[in-house]
Design a protein around this ligand. Structure first.
Ligand SMILES: [Zn+2]
Ligand SMILES: [Zn+2]
Length: 250
């Protein structure tokens, strides 16, 4: 399994990265976890525009889903269009929400380019992967994902506050992509995002093999986020996500 960080900027694109998008590949199958704003551009540095086999959207905040709209244009009006619909696993309201963002009626919405399946907690097969979706703690319906293929496994937090479900999703994962949107400080709101320290605490409880801190907000000093993570009691390697980083989990 190969995991490429396409976009890791939290909440909005930064100067060095688009918003959330992770490419997970195995056996020639290419699946995206999130397609946030700006990520469709950077994605094309790694694979062809039409090479996406499936998309999972963690939740419907713009920084995780908005480039589905631009991708609809590419798949509906591109040079060899129409292209076959791409399966999209997303929270229940995704077709109407994305149609509204695009500026078209709910019917037919974006369904010429995408085949939407509503997410619910549990496991399902996508190509060579077993994907497990679990509800995490964020102000909207939001999922974290565990993606397994052969003997390797990665986990992605999506956006979440502290979450026992996230620990389950990441249990024994070779790679844990965990959000770290907050710098440690007083009066942080609950059930919204994690600090680096909290991300590391989750990785320690999950016994994950490697922790990559992601959803890094450009207004933060992310060196501090990494420092916070060193105080989370996690013994494994920790690094900051970077657009273009590749993790080979084979
Ligand atoms: Zn976000
Ligand atoms: Zn969010």
């Amino acid at each position: 399994m190969k995991v490429t960080i396409v976009g890791c900027s939290g909440s909005y694109p930064g100067p060095d990265s688009p918003a959330s998008c992770y490419l997970v590949e195995a056996e020639g199958f290419r699946m995206l976890l999130d397609l946030g704003n700006g990520s469709l551009g950077a994605l094309q540095r790694h694979i062809g525009l039409y090479d996406v086999d499936a998309i999972c959207l963690s939740h419907l905040h713009a920084d995780h889903c908005l480039d589905v709209c631009g991708y609809h244009v590419a798949r509906t009006y591109g040079p060899d269009a129409p292209y076959p619909p791409v399966p999209v696993y997303a929270p229940e309201g995704a077709p109407a929400r994305l149609a509204a963002a695009y500026g078209m009626p709910d019917e037919p919405g974006l369904e010429t380019a995408f085949d939407f399946t509503p997410l619910s907690p549990g496991s399902f097969e996508v190509g060579p992967f077993v994907v497990t979706a679990g509800l995490v703690n964020h102000p909207v319906e939001a999922y974290g994902f565990r993606v397994a293929s052969d003997d390797v496994c990665m986990a992605y937090s999506g956006d979440t506050g502290e979450s026992a479900e996230l620990v389950k999703l990441a249990a024994g994962a070779d790679l844990m992509l965990c959000e770290a949107s907050f710098v440690e400080g007083p009066d942080l709101p609950p059930d919204l995002h994690l600090t680096g320290r909290q991300a590391a605490e989750h990785a320690a409880r999950a016994n994950a093999g490697k922790l990559v801190l992601t959803h890094l907000v450009p207004w933060n000093d992310n060196a501090r986020v990494l420092q916070d993570a060193s105080r989370g009691g996690y013994a494994g390697p920790i690094e900051l996500a970077r657009s273009g980083a590749v993790y080979d989990l084979a």
